[in-house]
Design a binder for this molecule. Structure first.
Ligand code: ATP
Length: 234
């Protein structure tokens, strides 16, 4: 569904991604792990059209998307939930969800899609009229994922969805990601909660210093001695 080939990306003269290749097949949950500053966010931002690569290609559902503007990529069903609970703070929960449906046909399906979001995150239904900035951190993250789901993703890219959350809330978010995956959604997940990210993943990639240094199934990487030592503290 997604094929990134030999991608090189720089901020000005500072190159941060080097020859990155990665694949996500339909129905897969693929995790991308790696230390701070490895380039994970940069990769997601490049895939969603916010950054232009120096070289390399990105294909989504058989079509080249590198060079397309972000809104066109979004309209193809490649939805990026950025790090940091990207919500509209002064809008209500309902208005935030509506912002996920501002494009084309998705608008007509809003009622049906919002029901799905409430099934996944019942608490949002209770908070519909509440101004988003007054939500708890966990609720904001649910809202940010919910808004992405309203846009009917074919592939959902999640950047650090549990950062800064208490363990229980973090678990709830991971459970919802797992549920979406079981229901057939294709997901690319960036997370520093390495154990959880690998447990959930069909396959995973490890990025260090702007390069993919390791790939394998979630199980393989959980058993890998380097991963155990560097990421799992074992
Ligand atoms: P984290 O987990 O900390 O978010 P990351 O793996 O997502 O890390 P990136 O945010 O992609 O890493 O950053 C990769 C490198 O690019 C870092 O060295 C960072 O300092 C640099 N970088 C990121 N954004 C910019 C920018 N706007 N301008 C210049 N350099 C940047």
């Amino acid at each position: 569904m997604l094929r990134v080939s030999n991608l090189n990306v720089a901020y000005g003269r500072l190159q941060v991604l080097w020859d990155v290749s990665l694949e996500v097949r339909e129905g897969e949950l693929v995790s991308l792990i790696g230390p701070n500053g490895a380039g994970k966010t940069t990769l997601l931002r490049t895939i969603s059209g916010l950054l232009k690569p120096i070289s390399g290609t990105i294909e989504f559902m058989g079509r080249r998307i590198d060079g397309l503007p972000p809104h066109k990529i979004c309209r193809l069903g490649l939805i990026h939930i950025p790090e940091g609970r990207a919500i509209f703070p002064l809008m209500s929960v309902l208005e935030n969800l509506q912002m996920g449906a501002y494009m084309g046909e998705v608008r007509e399906n809003f009622k049906r899609n919002v029901k799905e979001v409430f099934r996944l995150f019942p608490v949002l239904k209770e908070r519909l009229g509440q101004v988003a900035e007054t939500l708890s951190g966990g609720e904001m993250q649910m809202l940010s994922i919910g808004r992405g789901l309203i846009a009917e993703p074919k592939l959902l890219m999640l950047d650090e969805p549990t950062i800064g959350l208490a363990p229980k809330l973090s678990e709830l978010i991971f459970d919802s990601i797992s549920k979406l995956h079981e229901e057939g959604l294709t997901i690319l997940l960036v997370s520093q909660e390495v154990r959880r990210a690998l447990e959930l993943a069909d396959r995973a990639y490890v990025m260090e210093n702007g390069r993919i240094v390791l790939e394998g199934t979630g199980e393989e990487l959980l058993e890998n001695p380097d991963i155990k030592k560097s990421y799992l503290g074992l």
